[in-house]
Write a protein that binds this ligand. Structure first.
Ligand code: PHE
Length: 485
């Protein structure tokens, strides 16, 4: 044993295929352990799907369409990940790497919800989140309190429990002592409470039938999601601050950009990986490799992996996602609607709009005009960037009116399915939804010879940087245990 090995430090070399968050986490942690590391990245930048588009960013998609972002200085859009829950290890890396963070507003009572092609009077009506929520909670409380007090739940509840439940429902739904929901200030006022004798007039509640049939109330499950509940965070200045901080910590001399892996092999005592360079293909060797590429990309690259492993990589289903950033010459959502960050959600093809969680009161601002997935993302992906903007503006006007089309100074759209090296936003595994249990999935959790795998797809936090990071850490542990065994 060498002295380093006796002290638990790795003396082996590792090639990391893919400089996304998983690959960079693996490289960073291996370097801490004393390994020698080379990262091969196909793009000309670190981060993979962690990508921030700013003034001057140029991108050509797989269809050959090129966009150059014309955002003004300080404006940006996170084309990939945009929000980080508090419990995710991603925040620990922000702390360790010195990436400052700020709040990402994932829930705003004053943002809008919009549903069309639904029955009832709320069809096609933009409504404030707080108004829908107050009514949905209010009517639910009213019905349950009445059922309870009328004896419908006597088989379930003791008299004491009934009293406790009704007490809870009065608070939850703001119902009166007759167990009736009659609206109230939590849903909003016009005029609002003000000086002297201005007590404010609560806006009238929506009808129960309109409210429930609109499906608007179904939105509130989102804000209770384990990984979507506030508080949430973003790096100040763009999500790619994390990618660049990792790259800097790893060191430029260990990074090869524009290095597209075209073949990889187990050899008798290590690995050989071939990648593109400006002067033609080059092959490097090492003791181990970590394949941190998206599985459906890795599956296409010639290798001597066992057929079952290649089949497992290729067995994933891809999910697309799309985003458009639209810069306006004034922050009309703040000035006209008093919306400071947060999400407006629609059941139209735009899906979600993000009001920016940075740059408040600034001269200009950049809305995410759509963040959608699946069929809606594919619909926008099939359009040209100019057509995407036209469609997004037409949809946005339904919610915000003509102002949505006024004062647009720049836009940039991303379709992850047509992005080289990604070809999807994220993946899922065959079988039960979210069930990362199958033999194919399991086969990628251990080394195939000297080659390991890492990525969010090998975690229970798919489509989160947390998944990429935790998977990479697990892989690094496996290598280190093997080396020091
Ligand atoms: N992490 C991504 C997001 O927050 C994708 C995702 C959405 C993952 C919803 C899980 C649940 O938008």
């Amino acid at each position: 044993l060498t002295r380093d090995a006796l002290h638990g430090r790795g003396t082996k070399s590792v090639i990391v295929m893919g400089g996304g968050i998983a690959g960079m986490t693996a490289a960073y942690e291996l370097l801490k352990g004393g390994y020698s590391v080379t990262v091969l990245e196909g793009r000309d930048r670190p981060g993979g799907r962690n990508w921030t588009v700013r003034r001057g960013t140029t991108f050509t998609d797989l269809k050959g369409q090129t966009q150059t972002a014309g955002f003004s200085k300080g404006q940006y859009m996170n084309a990939g990940p945009g929000r980080i829950p508090q419990m995710h290890v991603t925040l620990d890396y922000c702390k360790e790497l010195g990436v400052p963070i700020e709040v990402f507003t994932n829930q705003n009572a004053d943002a809008f919800l919009y549903r069309e092609n639904v029955p009832g009077a709320l069809n096609g009506v933009p409504v404030r989140h707080r108004a829908v929520k107050a009514d949905a909670y209010g009517y639910t409380a009213e019905l349950l309190a009445k059922a309870t007090s009328q004896g419908a739940l006597d088989a379930e509840l003791t008299a004491e429990d009934k009293d406790a439940l009704i007490s809870y429902l009065r608070s939850f739904g703001a119902i009166n002592s007759a167990n009736e929901y009659v609206g109230g200030g939590r849903r909003g006022y016009a005029p609002e409470p003000g000086a002297h004798l201005e007590a404010g007039t609560p806006l009238p509640q929506y009808e129960l039938s309109d409210l429930f049939r609109s499906t608007l109330g179904n939105y509130f499950s989102f804000e209770m999601g384990f990984d979507q509940a506030m508080m949430m965070y973003q790096p100040i200045g763009g999500m790619d601050r994390i990618a660049y901080a990792f790259a800097e910590a790893i060191g430029a001399r260990r990074f090869r950009y524009n290095a597209e892996v075209v073949a990889y092999q187990n050899t008798t005592d290590g690995v050989a990986v071939t990648y593109t360079t400006a002067n033609g293909p080059k092959t490097v060797t090492a003791d181990f490799a970590i394949n941190a590429m998206p599985p459906h990309i890795a599956a296409k690259i010639p290798s001597n992996m066992p057929a079952g492993v290649v089949a497992a990589l290729g067995s994933v289903s891809r999910t697309n996602a799309g985003k458009i950033g639209i810069e306006y010459n004034r922050r009309w959502w703040e000035e006209d609607f008093r919306i400071y960050g947060g999400i407006t959600n629609a059941n139209t093809n735009i899906g979600n709009m993000w009001h920016p969680s940075y740059g408040y009161h600034g001269k200009t601002g950049t809305m995410i005009g759509y963040y959608n997935t699946g069929a809606n993302a594919n619909f926008y992906g099939a359009l040209t960037p100019a057509q995407r903007l036209t469609e997004a503006v037409a949809q946005g006007k339904k919610i915000f009116g003509d102002v949505y089309g006024e004062g647009i100074t720049a836009s940039f759209s991303q379709d992850w399915a047509s992005a080289k090296f990604s070809e999807a936003a994220w993946v899922s595994w065959p079988g039960a939804v979210g069930g990362q249990t199958g033999a194919g999935y399991r086969s990628l959790l251990q080394a195939s010879g000297n080659i390991y795998f890492a990525g969010d797809h090998l975690s229970h936090a798919i489509a989160w940087q947390h998944g990429a990071i935790t998977s990479a850490r697990a892989t690094v542990e496996q290598i280190h245990e093997r080396v020091t065994a």
